[in-house]
Write a protein that binds this ligand. Sequence first.
Ligand code: AMP
Length: 143
Amino acid sequence: MTVEKILKGKNSVVATVAADLPLSDVCALLTERRIGAVPVMDGSTLVGIISERDVVHVLASHGAAALELKVGDAMTRNVKTTTLHTTVVQAMAAMTAGRFRHLPVVEAGRLIGIISIGDVVKARLDEQQYEVENLRSYVVGAA
Ligand code: AMP
């Protein structure tokens, strides 16, 4: 299974923010959309990603004043991305190696989606279930 198949089952509108947005607004967006991270854009260019973990880090270092900081003060700039043809297992390996739970999907330099560890685990479970059912019907059919 590929990232393309995961995206087909998801909302095609990707929430994004600009680097000059106050962190308090990002908290509101993450809560409202029930998501854990959001890509940061400069026009159509992906320039970072900000996750709930980044918000926790700046709260720990700045206290309540952190909420007056901007997204650009807390985001990760070196974003790892994936493509439509990446397999679920490869995406899972990238998340494990990089210790993050989100992967923006980029094709031809354009952000077209984002997948989370939850999407990847669900896809992998579906894939395994499909394999088990195929093997079961093969065994039963052969008996
Ligand atoms: P997460 O586990 O996705 O909440 O993110 C943990 C940390 O990794 C945070 O500092 C994020 O900004 C960063 N992060 C999340 N996704 C990525 C990514 N695709 N590439 C690089 N860093 C990321």
